[in-house]
Design a binder for this molecule. Structure first.
Ligand code: EPU
Length: 433
């Protein structure tokens, strides 16, 4: 097992460049198999969730060529099966987009129920409701989502609560339905817009993404395209909060500042300086943050994915803060680990954290149990006095490209070592002491 070893207490300084958005890339790679022509996608993040999805579409019969660290060429003219039931499918969340993509193109799909981070119950009833409204018969059998129809017919679909996954999945299938589909109370997240822009570049006719109402006019066929994925707003937010937590000065490049507004607003509120440029953002501070209240909401509200990072930053604040998680019920699991480092946080009614700011955190052995909670523990390690070991880094590598390398470039004293390699751990400590 790999783990990060971190010697904390140093401010992060310098520049970091943000990679492509994982959650957009998952939808876009699934969409790429909806045409028999070649698709080239740029700014694809080099992370394990993407490796797994690419492997799955290869297993379906698509030809996948990695033509660079962040560029991939996909040709799905020889898809030979609509069934995917391997470990890779079951491990990632984004594999459920293959249902929408295959249902759109072949009118049938059998995809294993998705995995992803254990952050709550994560049902897929809204996806199923959307596919059924388009005319598909959907059953869960032997752990597979089985969807089937003769034809998809455009219709009006109202989601009583917004869902990123269901909005993207229904959008994928509806592109190749007959007639017009209207999705009401659609998710407005930037990756919904990015997947739609990609589909439109393939010849789809989707309007209104980024608003509550998406209108999709079905087309008979999609074509090849070249596309570049938007920067990852969560990776950008992670480095913004890391700069603030370490009392550093970091210029975060290749970002869309509009997508970061909720994080910027909270950082300004707790006294951190944030300067926006066209495609970069600079975060600097030399004091402990003030306290605040945060509630996670769908975009443009404060993203649930950033909650663990915000909670960690506030653990060092000068007052008492309240963070309420309203999207996923299990997203405070990292808090137990954070308290091993001296944080004073009480979680009440499983969705509210009351954080009493402390003056310092101290290094400890902690364990990641999901992607963003894991990244938050790295942040804590960077803020803390002494050595921190973050176990289970495979969770973090699901969603952050070159994480330790980017942190090291900003001056963080950290390395990735095998947990059995006591020599490497000793060597690291000797080198940095
Ligand atoms: N929900 C249902 N039924 C459904 C779908 C969703 O009840 O059919 C509920 C969920 O349980 C949750 C809420 O609706 O309480 C919102 O879920 P949503 O569908 O929006 O989330 P998701 O598609 O499962 C994506 C990201 C998550 C991110 C959330 C919220 C991907 C692959 N995952 O999940 O990203 O937290 O949107 O923005 O795009 C991550 O990157 O670490 C991550 C977990």
């Amino acid at each position: 097992m790999e783990q990060y070893i971190i010697k904390g207490g140093k401010p992060l300084m310098g520049e970091v460049t943000i990679s492509g958005y994982k959650n957009a890339a998952l939808g876009i790679i699934a969409a790429a198999i909806m045409t028999d022509e070649t698709v080239k996608i740029d700014n694809v993040p080099d992370i394990s969730d993407i490796d797994m999805l690419l492997k799955v579409i290869e297993e379906l019969g698509a030809k996948v060529d990695r033509i660079g660290k962040n560029k991939v060429k996909i040709n799905a003219s020889k898809i030979s099966t609509v069934t995917a039931d391997t470990e890779s499918v079951r491990k990632i969340r984004g594999s459920y987009y293959l249902v929408g993509a295959l249902l759109g193109r072949f009118k049938k799909a059998q995809i294993a129920l998705p995995g992803g981070c254990n952050i709550g119950s994560r049902p897929i009833d809204r996806h199923i409701k959307g596919f059924e409204a388009l005319g598909a018969e959907v059953k869960i059998e032997h752990g597979l989502i089985c969807a089937n129809t003769d034809k998809l017919i455009g219709t009006s679909i109202y989601f009583d609560e917004s869902s990123v996954g269901a909005t993207i999945n229904v959008m994928l299938a509806a592109c190749l339905a007959e007639g017009q589909t209207i999705i009401e109370n659609a998710a407005k997240e930037p990756h919904v817009v990015d997947v739609a822009n990609f589909l439109n570049s393939m010849g789809a006719n989707i309007k209104g993404t980024g608003t509550d109402v998406i209108r999709i006019k079905g087309v008979p066929k999609l074509k090849g395209s070249e596309y570049s994925i938007i920067p990852d707003q969560i990776e950008a937010g992670t480095f913004m909060f890391a700069a603030a937590a370490s009392k550093g000065d970091v210029l975060i490049k290749n970002v869309i500042p509009k997508h970061l507004e909720a994080f910027t607003a909270k950082l300004l509120e707790v006294g951190v300086r944030v300067e926006e440029y066209d495609d970069a953002i600079r975060v600097t501070t030399d004091t402990r943050p003030g306290s605040t209240h945060v509630k996670t909401l769908a975009y443009p509200g404060f993203l649930t994915d950033m909650q663990p990072l915000m909670t960690t930053l506030l653990s060092l604040s000068t007052g008492t803060s309240i963070v309420t998680e309203s999207i996923f019920e299990n997203r405070f699991k990292f808090v137990d680990e954070l308290t091993k480092m001296g944080a004073s946080i009480k979680v009440v009614e499983s969705n509210t954290a009351i954080i009493t700011g402390v003056e310092r955190l101290t290094g400890a052995i902690v364990s990641a149990s999901d992607l963003r909670g894991g990244a938050a523990l790295v942040l804590a390690g960077i803020m803390a006095e002494g050595y921190t070991i973050v176990e289970n880094v495979e969770y973090i590598e699901r969603g952050y490209e070159d994480f330790e390398y980017k942190m090291q470039k900003l001056g963080a004293t950290m390395a990735k070592v095998n947990s059995n390699d006591t020599k490497a751990i000793r060597k690291f400590k000797l080198k940095v002491s």
